[in-house]
Design a protein around this ligand. Structure first.
Ligand SMILES: NC(=O)C1=CN([C@@H]2O[C@H](COP(=O)(O)OP(=O)(O)OC[C@H]3O[C@@H](n4cnc5c(N)ncnc54)[C@H](OP(=O)(O)O)[C@@H]3O)[C@@H](O)[C@H]2O)C=CC1
Ligand SMILES: CC(C)CCC[C@@H](C)[C@H]1CC[C@H]2C3=CC[C@H]4[C@H](C)C(=O)CC[C@]4(C)[C@H]3CC[C@]12C
Length: 379
């Protein structure tokens, strides 16, 4: 806890912090990535994967992998690289088994391990880290995805007020001023939201440092943050958000900060951290906010918001796009790097991932092309 406090203080005083706030949640967040790791097009990801680490199987660990975004991510990862060794780190082994069966159904030769991990429990994180260290000699990608939003309440008054304001689109994209949660203290004496969304993951990274930071080896840590993350919800004096009503927003902002801190302290040892904001995604988490019939009702609005966001992204980047287009040939790595990694694109990208529940909405069962910017950034 003391270390986390120090890291927050350290990073809050740094100029990156203001930069991150300004740029939305810039996913690379000051991370000094090597050129290959920075490049984010799908094309170049595969190339990076194959060229730099040929003949080596990648070890990828995903927390909260048994449903929603985590499961969709695993599916995508296996599609990108059938050789990788994927570890589903989940607290519920029954659901983890079901997720593995689901993934194996379409690719029977995939190598998928299961690991028991409750990120909300210090003891569980320590024993999971121990198990990982005995099982693997290194870790290439660690996706810190597990997260909770307990007892969410929507402020209907604020919603209707926001609906007729200039802030309407932003409200739909970030839920600013709309969502509150009721947190509680867990068995370790920590606030549950922070323990789950942040502390457990941070402890895991620290424990896995020997596998993540190896000479001549580059590893990536990716936090699933949120467009709901807000600086004003976070306070260094109350960094578990014990007094406020927006622990989710606060914990996600704190994960952005921790990602920066990790880069600052660990880039030199080959560890690179990024955050990703998937946008609104239909998962168990969102179905916990409102019943599914309601989501069906507001789905046209959410699609409109998504299209507006994409239009906004396009317009914001148009001058840069033109410049990029005329300066680079389309096949250049630099073209992809410039075009796909602009902060605004990354911070505004909205995604609809399809969980088994969401299939009833009739979406495609694959992550759609819309999210290509966001998901490429994850790799
Ligand atoms: N859905 C959205 O619109 C957005 C989601 N996010 C973030 O994406 C991440 C994934 O959420 P999403 O897929 O939407 O929601 P889901 O509820 O579908 O997935 C959450 C996953 O986290 C796991 N989990 C929760 N608590 C723990 C814990 N203590 N230990 C281990 N695993 C745990 C869950 O496991 P179990 O099945 O056992 O509960 C589940 O697998 C979260 O961090 C969320 O904040 C960010 C932006 C938008
Ligand atoms: C008539 C009202 C009850 C309608 C309320 C709509 C809201 C419940 C939703 C509108 C926008 C939604 C969200 C936006 C951002 C998501 C964020 C990225 C995340 O991490 C988790 C979920 C969101 C906060 C989501 C939650 C529901 C909305 C606020």
């Amino acid at each position: 806890m003391k270390l986390i406090g120090q890291l927050f203080a350290d990073i809050q005083s740094h100029h990156w912090c203001a930069g991150a706030e300004r740029a939305g949640r810039n996913r690379t967040m000051g991370c000094r990535l090597p050129r290959a790791a920075k490049t984010s097009s799908r094309f170049s990801f595969s190339r990076t994967f194959c060229v730099c680490q040929s003949n080596m199987e990648k070890v990828v660990i995903v927390t909260g992998a048994n449903s929603g975004i985590g499961l969709a991510l695993c599916d995508r990862l296996l599609t990108e690289d059938s050789q990788l060794r994927l570890c589903l780190a989940c607290r519920n082994m029954q659901r983890a088994e079901a997720a593995r069966a689901n993934l194996l159904a379409s690719r029977s030769s995939a190598r998928i391990d299961l690991l028991h991990l409750d990120v909300g429990s210090v003891q569980s994180v320590l024993s999971a880290a121990k198990e990982i260290k005995t099982k693997y000699s290194r870790v290439d990608f660690l996706y810190l995805n597990a997260g909770i939003m307990p007892n969410p309440t929507v402020d209907i008054g604020a919603f209707f007020k926001g609906l007729f304001s200039r802030n309407a689109i932003n409200m739909f994209a970030t839920a600013e001023g709309l969502l509150t949660q009721q947190d509680r203290v867990n068995s370790d004496g920590l606030q549950e939201v922070f323990a789950t969304n942040l502390f457990g993951h941070f402890l895991l990274v620290r424990e896995l440092e020997p596998l993540l930071c190896q000479p001549g080896h580059t590893s990536r840590v990716v936090w699933t943050s949120s467009s709901n993350a807000r600086r004003s919800a976070f306070s260094i004096e109350d960094f578990q958000h014990t007094k406020g009503t927006e622990p989710y927003s606060s914990s996600k902002y704190a994960s952005d900060l921790l990602s920066l801190a990790l880069n600052r302290h660990k880039n030199s040892q080959g560890l690179f951290s990024s955050v990703t904001c998937p946008g609104l995604v239909m998962t168990n988490l969102t179905f916990g906010i409102l019943p599914s019939f309601f989501w069906t009702l507001i789905m046209p609005i959410m699609w409109m918001v998504r299209v507006c966001s994409l239009f906004y992204i396009f317009m914001c980047n148009f001058p840069k796009l033109l410049k990029t287009f005329f300066c680079f040939r389309q096949t250049d790595q630099d073209f992809h790097q410039h075009f796909y990694t602009h902060p605004k694109q990354r911070s505004r990208g909205t995604v609809l991932v399809v969980s088994s529940k969401a299939r009833s909405f009739g979406f495609k069962s694959k992550i759609s092309q819309f999210n290509i910017w966001t998901w490429n950034e994850i790799y």
